[in-house]
Design a protein around this ligand. Structure first.
Ligand code: ADP
Length: 609
């Protein structure tokens, strides 16, 4: 039961942490952690294979602005031809017809460009999303068309990945950077569910996630960039490179993006970074949701085990280790090119440690409280037993002493022997009662369930209490016939009823009377003991069934007692399905009534038969 509750606590912490990991705050934190890790764990240094040819502010200013983009492109392409790049990927979508002369010149320049790759983009139109492509006359000059859809994070606008494939209406396009890479490597794209293969290059890009996302590994120093205006001076930089030609001017570029380094870069450069990511072949991999969950579960389990098997400061020290591990895991894994979430597992680790610690703390405290109360209960019980045994022991001791010391008549000797015998029997009964009550309190004992006549039990008790009462000059009488059969443990019931009688005698002055009355009505037997003793007030009445409670009046009366008898009486009565009723008035007397379910004589006798 305890293990189950503990496991439930840990599971709840795991669930809460995991759910917290899916909130937008958590995603922001994950992104922030990713950006930091990117900065501290850059890809290995390698000479870039690509160059950005930038139509920058300077170019636009010198060549007449965006209005004249076609002549500007034409001129750039013409000059690029002389530099013999490996391929040219253009990041300007020429979807509208322009000036016929300009278009014709541009078409000629495009046709003259070796390995030309043109862009296309998904554009949401009035009716549906469609591919926006360059004019067919331009496309016919290209060896490939690749999409340039920029991928920005919904939450913070940072560009961390691109989709390697995008499709609409069954028309699929590879990313511009991927087409450029394919042409650079000279092969076909071979698809598998987990990756793309081009020649000997394997690109990790599982199809499971929509669009085969590729996490970009930005080149820390940026991609070498040449202004379109200064191509002539930088021809040597371009030889055998993959050229990305696009607009970088702040005033004109539609697609300026922020990278994890916090740099604001033009879209055309993002394609070049994607290209470099492909060329370098070091891919960052996101784990599946299940793997990430398993990682978080590991921390929850670790926290659970720590507090299950350790206690005190070793437990807390180990918990700190678990939490540190949860924070360090993404860092270590990132070095292995694995991008694990940061927030979720850390939240799970914190919550599980806190949950497990609190549970154990409270559980241990509860356990301690219970053993303490058990200990004191046991001590009290011993105290009571020792006290109760004193009287019969004194009688036995006294009688045996008299027998050995004096020459006694046969009759006297017989009487003393009987005394010893009956008192030792009482002692044995007392011990049995003590053990029974202890076991009853611990819930270990099943009550005996045998029918017995209530009248016989009352008579036995009356006989036993009579000498005691006579000693104190108190009269005891049974005023009514006792009808009914009780079911249960006769010994225990006798003990309880006898206790009421001795109390009545104990707490009454000489010359008074104790009356026993029985009333049987409709299956309920009421057995009452009424005295004319010291009585109790209403406040005292509330406590008399508590262990060790004694009224001031009782203490003052000089009668010894432990204050435990009535608590046992009540236990016995309730275990028999009955209840106690008490009325009392200080100085006037008390009436204790036991109420039980009972059966008439014949019925019980029939059942027995
Ligand atoms: P004990 O008699 O050993 O003190 P009990 O549990 O039998 O312990 O009784 C608890 C207390 O209830 C007594 O100490 C006494 O103050 C009060 N009490 C019990 N019976 C009577 C009674 N018949 N008249 C007055 N007070 C009583």
């Amino acid at each position: 039961m305890r293990h189950l509750a503990y496991t439930a606590v840990i599971a709840a912490c795991f669930l809460a942490g995991t759910l917290a990991g899916w909130t937008s705050l958590a995603l922001r934190v994950d992104h922030y952690a990713y950006d930091l890790l990117t900065r501290f764990t850059p890809p290995r240094a390698a000479a870039p294979e690509s160059v950005v040819v930038a139509i920058d502010e300077e170019t636009l200013r010198a060549r007449g602005g965006m209005r004249r983009i076609r002549p500007i492109l034409t001129e750039a392409l013409e000059q690029l031809g002389a530099a013999h790049p490996k391929s040219v990927a253009l990041d300007v979508i020429l979807s509208d017809a322009g000036d016929p002369v300009e278009d014709a010149r541009l078409e000629a320049a495009l046709r003259a460009t070796r390995n030309l790759i043109l862009p296309c983009e998904l554009v949401a139109g009035a009716a549906a999303t469609n591919w926006e492509e360059p004019l067919p006359r331009f496309i016919s000059a290209a060896v490939a068309v690749g999409h340039v859809h920029p991928e920005q994070d919904r939450l913070d606008g940072v560009s961390r990945e691109i989709s390697l494939e995008a499709s609409v209406h069954g028309q699929r396009r590879w990313a511009l950077a991927l087409e450029a890479f394919r042409i650079a490597r000279g092969g076909e794209i071979i698809e598998s569910p987990d990756d793309l293969t081009i020649g000997s290059a394997v690109i990790l890009a599982p199809r499971a996630s929509a669009g085969r996302p590729l996490l970009l590994r930005y080149v820390p120093g940026g991609i070498p960039t040449v202004s379109a205006l200064r191509l002539r001076d930088n021809i040597s930089l371009l030889r055998d490179k993959t050229v990305f030609l696009g607009i970088t001017a702040l005033s004109a570029a539609r697609d300026r993006l922020v990278n994890p380094y916090g740099q604001n870069i033009p879209g055309v450069e993002v394609h070049a970074h994607a290209y470099e990511t492909l060329a370098r072949g070091e891919f960052l991999k996101r784990p599946s949701d299940l793997t990430a969950l398993a990682e978080a579960a590991l921390f929850a389990i670790a926290a659970g085990l720590v507090f299950a098997f350790l206690a005190g400061w070793p437990a807390y020290a180990a918990a700190v280790l678990v939490v540190v591990a949860a924070h360090a895991a993404p860092v270590v894994l990132f070095r292995q090119d694995l991008v694990f979430p940061y927030f979720g597992p850390a939240a799970v680790a914190w919550l599980s440690c806190a949950g497990a610690a609190s549970y154990q703390h409270f559980f241990v405290r509860r356990l301690l409280r219970r053993t303490e109360s058990e200990k004191s209960r046991y001590q009290q019980a011993i105290h009571w037993a020792a006290h109760e045994m004193r009287t019969p022991l004194t009688t036995i001791q006294g009688s045996s002493e008299i027998m050995t010391r004096y020459a006694l008549s046969d009759e006297k000797r017989k009487q003393l022997t009987e005394n010893i015998n009956s008192e030792s029997k009482r002692l044995a009964r007392l011990i049995q009662t003590f053990l029974d009550v202890e076991r009853l309190a611990e819930g270990q004992m099943e009550l005996k369930r045998e029918p017995f006549a209530a009248g016989e039990m009352v008579k036995t008790c009356l006989a036993r209490v009579t000498p005691l009462a006579e000693n104190k000059k108190i009269g005891v009488s049974l005023d009514t016939a006792v009808e009914g059969m009780l079911t249960g443990d006769r010994e225990l019931m006798e003990y309880a009823f006898y206790n009421l009688l001795t109390n009545a005698v104990k707490y009454s002055p000489a010359g008074t009377h104790v009356r026993i009355a029985a009333h049987y009505h409709r299956g309920e037997l009421r057995l009452s003991v009424r005295d004319q003793g010291i009585g109790m007030d209403a406040k005292e009445l509330k406590h008399i069934f508590q262990k060790f409670y004694r009224t001031k009046r009782a203490e003052a009366s000089g009668e010894v007692g432990t204050g435990i008898g009535l608590s046992i009486v009540e236990q016995i009565v309730t275990h028999h399905g009955g209840r106690m009723e008490v009325t009392s008035e200080p100085g006037k007397g008390s009436c204790f009534t036991m109420v039980f379910a009972a059966t008439p004589h014949e019925e019980a006798a029939d059942r027995r038969g």
